[in-house]
Design a protein around this ligand. Sequence first.
Ligand code: PMP
Length: 391
Amino acid sequence: MNKLNHLLTELELLKKEGRYRPLTVWDSAADTWMELGCRRILQLSSNNYLGLTNHPDMKKAAIEAIEEYGVGSGSVRTITGTLRIHEVLEQELAAFKGTEAALVFQSGFTTNQGILGSMLGQEDIVISDELNHASIIDGIRLTKANRAIFAHKNLDQLEEHLKASGSYRSRVVVTDGVFSMDGDIAPLPEIVELAERYDAIVYVDDAHASGVLGRNGKGSADHFNLHGRVHIQVGTLSKAIGAVGGYMAGSQLLKDFLIHKARPFLFSTSQPPAVAATCLAAIRVLQSSSDRMERLWSNTEYFRGKVRSLGFDTGQSETPIIPIIVGTPEKTMQFSDRLLQEGIFAQGIVYPTVALDKGRVRLIITANHTIEDLDFALDRLELAGKQFGLL
Ligand code: PMP
């Protein structure tokens, strides 16, 4: 093991900086209240926005799919791994998103890697918001394309890059629809307008907008009424949809290309059938009623209003992702630990994921939180916030 001593050095450094975190092991299902050992903890950090992880329709669909297909798909999509349930899921996803086609991957992460890693060559340029998700950053690292970064939501900088990119074969502007650490929304109408002016492709990662923004959770393009003007939409099936997986919604041409070129699609086994069936059931639940989304948004407005009136700094949050900015990594993790003692799980997010002085606990409100749950959280946050000098 001496050969791995450099890993020990890196872990020691993380410990010194207060960034070393053992995994938290929960003893019950992903829900608003979760068991941690013998304690019940109010969950304020789950991406289960609509409370679908335990929805009876989805559980039933999973069990039926296991009975019909077994537990695994047997191979990658291009061999035995495309089962009828994958095909139906893709058809319904495309119909839901209003696109020509959809293609499902194993996760949102591999979707971004698969598309960005295969679609671009050295004749192209990708122009990316500085706060885009790690899977976009890694996807861009996989390409030979040229790259430019614009400051977060800075349209002037984006335009500068577009102006300078006339000689490339294609220009792709890539942005998160909802930014995962701040909960703010990309200025998509302005991005689309600029892209149209400079003949660029628009690529939106809607991981945190799927099931959250737009009619019945169709995402940010629908939210802004930009139908047909966003060329590539990425969604995740791992957050509001409640299971795991990711997808591209866009043209049939891109789908055909990805089937032949996207490496995670070609070289990694497809979603188990029970997962695909669960995702399909979730899309049907979303389409059948908007009650959950309405609860999600009324809970969010209620909670964010109260947190702000207490005096916390919640940054630019416009969605159910509500950060409370704390400061240094050490103070942030201490605040998160303090909240856990008070019965709340609020994940600390620190450098390098966010700036050194902008450590935060990232709260995520869901449709299944009750007003009593939210009031309990507010009470504990106020107490801990005063102790930490945040109020
Ligand atoms: N994109 C964004 C913006 C995300 O926040 C995430 C999840 N953290 C992903 C992609 C990856 O999605 P998944 O969890 O399905 O791999």
